[in-house]
Design a protein around this ligand. Sequence first.
Ligand SMILES: Cc1ncc(COP(=O)(O)O)c(C=O)c1O
Length: 408
Amino acid sequence: MLDWEHIFATRSGRMRASEIRELLKLLDQPDIISFAGGIPDPALFPDAAFKDAYSDIFSSAQVGSALQYSVSEGYKPLREWIARDVAKIGIDCTPDNVFITSGSQQALDYLGKLFLSPKDTALVTWPTYLGALSAFNAYEPNYDQLSLNGNRTPGAYRDTAAKAGGAVKFAYLSADFSNPTGETIELAGREKLLALADELDIAILEDAAYQHLRYDGQAIPPIMALDIARNGGIENTRTIYCGSFSKTLAPGLRVGFVVAAMPVIRKLVLMKQAADLHSSTINQIAIEHVASRGFDAQVAKIKAVYSKRRDAMLAALDKYMPKNTTWTRPEGGMFVWVTLPEGMDGAELLAKSIATEKVAFVPGKAFYADGRNANTLRMSFSCADEAMIDEGIKRLGRLISNAIRAAA
Ligand SMILES: Cc1ncc(COP(=O)(O)O)c(C=O)c1O
């Protein structure tokens, strides 16, 4: 077999198989209770609405253009729909400020490519979305911990970046119901981030994949909306808002989007022309068809189901987890983040859990840019019903209690 390593580019050295992707294979085993994949429940997909959408497309004169190449910016009526939808949360923009991507994952790849030269620094929350680290890794950055409690000065970030051989280019975060912790950044934290970004003169990448999935509590304006309000319009902003239809409608169509000032959009369009020309024309048309006829009803439907599952998971954790474990209480999204006693290892626990209790979750270590905090677990409640959640957490609680006792 050829030794490929010396032929591959250096950037390929940081491309590693994701633990999550490997774990998703477990979902195929019927006897596993899986809290591992952070994916929507397929039973909640608006499949009848999509059937109508494709049927309408195929029985109309639009079929020719739906199957044809299209513009790199994306399907205009969809961009118009998105501009109207984000306006409801204070993101005042034109359809030209909206750029369609093949899932928001593609936006993360493009933004990594747009901003990061090798050795530049990306500020990320610790933990952060693993898929963002995978996307950025290809551009050979350094990571530094984004802290919003004011314990680091802009100069400290700058110095760390200079020591790593580059400059700070952006801060990436999910402000609402983050993957993996489910936590939300309060208004004061969002304001602090804008002030820090101003001082460092960097971009803010706001990942809003879970934005629509708020089950309770008060909605907080997106960072992009605050930026627009502070700076008198989208063209003066430094925030780049990444949205997705994956968690609300269906991920299989691969339709996401970016909202940003025109200089950023123009670069993204050039990147798309070079990468894949445009996202699937017919899928963009189908998404617009379904969204414009029933987006709010679909979101209400999934929120009703997911919020009950979130409640079931929190109740089960209260009931079954040993005293010295803690967890987040998310107001939305799909995840609860569990912290085990110091010294325990989520990956070791997973191996035991699958072998003896048939329960899967994602060890938390993978979500840290520096691989720290092995004593954490990401638990998704999106795909298990309430009875399964109770049973799965009961088994996990038993396993963790035994492991704590054994270590004592
Ligand atoms: C925080 C976050 N961002 C982005 C994505 C990518 O989603 P998609 O490419 O399907 O829009 C995900 C998927 O799980 C996610 O959790």
